[in-house]
Design a protein around this ligand. Structure first.
Ligand SMILES: NC(=O)c1ccc[n+]([C@@H]2O[C@H](COP(=O)([O-])OP(=O)(O)OC[C@H]3O[C@@H](n4cnc5c(N)ncnc54)[C@H](OP(=O)(O)O)[C@@H]3O)[C@@H](O)[C@H]2O)c1
Length: 157
């Protein structure tokens, strides 16, 4: 199964200045729970946006997509030059599309589930966006509302 895990603003922003536009500890915990034991597919910039002391993300398979074959990664972290190659290597495993924009754009076409944190903010000067969620394709199946953000699960119809 392929799940995309993302936190997105009201204007679909996911990143600004190669960082998250917010700091929501509950969302980190939620993301942690959703990703444990799974294969995380992320773009090179998302990898670089994770603080060095937190990467690789523990108890998960960290996969970085880059076209740079010389890009150095710590032992145990996998590098591929396409999403397809990573998926082939990990077929029959639980896959998480972990961002950023290009990864989400490609993987939303093949994903089964979206685990979205909707953040009640509009982010100016955003540089990375999540694709729009077409409600003819995605059905909300679960929701938990908090002050300032909501966790929502969507399944492909
Ligand atoms: N809110 C969220 O849930 C969330 C989640 C993840 C990330 N983010 C944020 O998003 C931002 C980073 O995302 P981003 O969109 O700027 O960059 P990104 O997608 O993480 O990384 C882009 C890079 O990944 C590689 N790449 C991506 N797609 C590829 C493909 N199909 N084939 C080969 N290589 C590919 C390329 O690396 P090379 O240039 O090395 O070839 C490309 O330059 C940060 O601000 C981060 O904090 C937010």
């Amino acid at each position: 199964m392929i799940t995309l895990v993302a936190a997105i603003s009201k204007n679909n922003c996911i990143g600004k200045n190669n960082d998250l536009p917010w700091n929501i500890p509950e969302d980190f915990k939620h993301m942690h729970k959703l990703t444990l034991g799974k294969v995380l597919i992320m773009g090179r910039k998302t990898w670089e946006s994770i603080p060095e002391n937190h990467r690789p993300l523990q108890n998960r398979t960290n996969v970085v997509i880059t076209r740079n074959n010389d890009y150095e990664l710590p032992e145990g972290v996998e590098r591929y030059d396409s999403i397809q190659e990573a998926l082939l290597k990990h077929k029959d495993e639980e896959i998480v599309g972990f961002g950023g924009q290009k990864i989400f754009e490609e993987m939303i076409l093949i994903a089964d589930v979206l685990e979205i944190t909707h953040v009640d903010q509009v982010v100016e000067e955003c540089h990375a966006f999540f694709p729009s969620i077409d409600l003819n394709v995605w059905q909300e199946t679960w929701r938990k509302n908090y002050e300032g953000f909501n966790f929502v699960t969507y399944k492909k119809i």
